[in-house]
Design a protein around this ligand. Structure first.
Ligand code: RB5
Length: 149
């Protein structure tokens, strides 16, 4: 499993913890930074991770900022990306099962690192639903993207 990850200054410490967590599982990590805790702009990292996902260079992406919100807004501008902000076990599960999220976004000022690692584990273990109603809804998003490039 190959995972792209990125964070701004607010997510920097969490990124390092998540990388260590995934390396223990023998995941291959594409780390797009930030490489220091200096103040940075979240869209710079969101776009790099989102492009890696969109181009099929990894299985999914992880983004961390203060809330997860800025990262998800920016990542969702990249075609083919379905970025979800996750802050509960329910959203961790349903973002994958219902929405087929391919980028998961966390807020370091919202969730503890222990919670984030638990949400990530739930997201990884969840299966994308093949239920027709979910597939149809995801297809509608893709159709909108195709028609509005
Ligand atoms: C940085 O202070 C903060 O605005 C950023 O990490 C993020 O929460 C934006 O959505």
């Amino acid at each position: 499993m190959r995972v792209a990850i990125g964070a701004d200054h607010a997510g920097y410490n969490y990124k390092n913890e998540i990388v260590a967590f995934l390396q223990k599982k023998n995941y291959e990590i594409m780390d797009f930074g930030a490489d220091t805790p200096e103040a940075t702009d979240y869209p710079d990292f969101a776009v790099l991770v989102a492009k890696a996902v969109s181009m099929g260079k990894c299985d999914f992406g992880i983004l961390i900022c203060g809330t997860g919100i800025g990262m998800s807004i920016a990542a969702n501008k990249v075609k083919g990306v379905r970025a979800a902000v996750v802050s509960t076990e329910f959203t961790a599960e349903s973002s994958k099962t219902h929405n087929h999220a391919n980028v998961i976004c966390f807020g370091s000022r919202v969730s503890s690192i222990e919670e984030v690692l638990n949400f990530l584990d739930i997201f990884i273990k969840a299966e994308k639903s093949s239920d027709e109603r979910h597939i149809n809804r995801i297809k509608k998003i893709g159709k909108y993207e195709e028609e509005n490039e």
